[in-house]
Design a protein around this ligand. Sequence first.
Ligand SMILES: C[S@@+](CC[C@H](N)C(=O)[O-])C[C@H]1O[C@@H](n2cnc3c(N)ncnc32)[C@H](O)[C@@H]1O
Length: 313
Amino acid sequence: MRHIPVLLEEVMRWLAPHPGQVYADCTTGLGGHAARVRDAVSPGGTLVLNDVDPGNLAHAKASLGDRGDVRVVVIRSNFASLPREMARAGIKADMVLADLGFASSQMDDAARGLSFMREGPLDMRLDPSLPITAGDLIASASEAELERIIREFGEDPMARRIARKIVRERDAGPISTTARLAEVVRSACASPNRGAGSGGIHPATRTFQALRIAVNDELGCLDALLHAVTVDAKSIAAGQSGMWLAEGARVGFITFHSLEDRPVKRAFRGLVDAGAARDVTDGALVPTQAEIEANPRARSAKLRVIALGGRGG
Ligand SMILES: C[S@@+](CC[C@H](N)C(=O)[O-])C[C@H]1O[C@@H](n2cnc3c(N)ncnc32)[C@H](O)[C@@H]1O
């Protein structure tokens, strides 16, 4: 399994971990960021490793597990409920990172159905215990619902044509694999003017992103996490204690597209304007050209970090 952590040096610089501190990784993945933070919070620090994917979490736990110098707390939850889990465990984080989306290991696993480049079942669940797969959505959502998903979460101007084509094709036979769906989308978009797809990307790129976001309720979960950050930041600013964040906590989000970045930017700006946080990265940081060349997946990444408390932090 392999995943190159994105914006790693920037995360280390701006989360600024120190020995003895508590780090909460909302999206541990294979533990790339957590491994570096681990060394920086040693001795005496705590790592909270959270992920919805049991395979990734087991891998991270095995490589980062207790070595005595740092306490490791493993929580398998959706990050929407991580703040509650941490409050229950009585842990307050000095640093939080949410590196959104999926890991390369998940994308490369054909059985997850996340990539139209690999033939596999239309699953797309990052949390295998979720009840609805992408295949279920494709089989049962109305044409209007499919259009809404593809338009809202894929920002695809061809959403209506794609939804109509999916419904027509599924009436003729089930669309149950990534390759079949990619072919249906490609044929819906085929026109003398559209070529390979808008912006030169494969025409199925946006539909696959849209279905993944819908299946995993990615934007709803992000809103819940941002809400929990906001509540604690405001409590701390009002002189009370946070439920899961320590005074002066640094909170970072790495996003990969504008549907993710917009709510983070909005929530952070709200906290800065309210005097409850300081924007330590001064807007979004993006990868260097060298990082993008070494890891093309980093090309659309953005990192924003705030420190709770308006002045010091
Ligand atoms: C980009 S990867 C993280 C990579 C990690 N930072 C590293 O360096 O290895 C994103 C991870 O977030 C997890 N994930 C996505 N949405 C989640 C959610 N709502 N709650 C918890 N984990 C989530 C995925 O399962 C995946 O392992």
